[in-house]
Design a binder for this molecule. Structure first.
Ligand code: IPD
Ligand code: CA
Ligand code: CA
Length: 269
């Protein structure tokens, strides 16, 4: 099936950013690193990769809006590109080979297209609303996992400002560790979500994320037959807390985590 033109531009942008990232790997020592905040590093690689993406989009669609991690929001109109030029910067800085480029396109506030590119494995995940999800040119589906037993669950540990949820999180961690085959913390939320879509993990949860961490991954999962929402099972919103999985693993996780969800993350009554 032919890819949508917006997806083709997204792929071109993601591959260019991936090249910037890979070229920088062998000069990790000399990278200029600045801290945005405690435990939050941004490098000239993040910025250069983001510029490549924005230039590629602007050449094709000069009037589209952009929401990008390093440079913020610009432009307007019906279309918005949501961009994380390098998801997993901490991994990247250590040469720990788990990071990606994440690009999503919203039309009138609804997620329509997703591109996630893993430049180490050269794996390309794509999805368009109603058209399914692909890894390279193969169709992907979430796993057949029927709940918690035997499930492999991805997660992200709270850090930075999110450490206020650490105790609540440790309660969730313990509950999941006791009920499933195990937890993994690969360190790139966008790629973690793509791996749920590809059936490599059966579910995922994390607190305190940003729109660019989850937008593309969320569409990939729903197009791969999975479910995505908040920790309490409410509809997915850009950013914030996220829970995803195969339909049955998702429902089971909502129930398992319910007693541990911090008050400020419960829907107002
Ligand atoms: C981070 C990664 C990480 C997640 C953090 C994110 P960044 O993104 O996705 O897995 O735990 O919450 O901020 O800063 O490397 O783009
Ligand atoms: Ca990110
Ligand atoms: Ca980033």
């Amino acid at each position: 099936m032919a890819l949508h033109p917006l997806v083709n531009i997204g792929i071109r942008a993601a591959r260019r950013a991936g090249n910037v990232i890979i070229r920088s790997l062998n000069r990790l020592e000399s990278l200029e690193v600045s801290a945005k905040g405690r435990n939050d590093f941004v490098t000239d690689v993040d910025r250069n990769a983001e510029q490549e993406i924005i230039d590629t989009i602007r050449r094709a669609y000069p009037d589209h809006g952009i929401l990008a991690e390093e440079s913020g929001a610009s432009g307007g109109g019906e279309f918005t590109w949501i961009i994380d030029p390098l998801d997993g910067t901490t991994n990247f800085l250590h040469g720990f080979p788990q990071f990606c480029v994440s690009i999503a396109v919203q039309h009138r506030g609804r997620l329509e297209h997703a591109v996630i590119y893993d430049p180490m494995r050269q794996e390309l995940f794509t999805a368009s609303r109603g058209q399914g999800a692909q890894l390279d040119d193969r169709r992907i589906r979430v796993s057949k996992c029927k709940g918690l037993e035997g499930a492999l669950i991805g997660t992200g540990f709270p850090y930075r400002a999110n450490t206020r949820w650490l105790d609540a999180y440790l309660g969730m961690f313990k509950a999941v560790a006791l009920a499933t085959a195990g937890l993994r913390r690969p360190g790139s939320a966008a790629l973690d979500l793509a791996w749920v879509a590809a059936g490599r993990t059966d579910g995922f949860f994390e607190l305190g994320l940003s729109p660019w961490d989850t937008a593309a991954g969320a569409l990939l999962i729903t197009e791969a037959g999975g479910r995505v929402g908040t920790l309490t099972g409410a509809d997915y919103e850009l950013g914030g807390d996220i829970l995803a999985g195969t339909p049955k693993t998702y429902t089971a996780l909502v129930e398992l985590l319910a007693p541990h969800v911090p008050d400020d993350l419960r829907p107002a009554r």
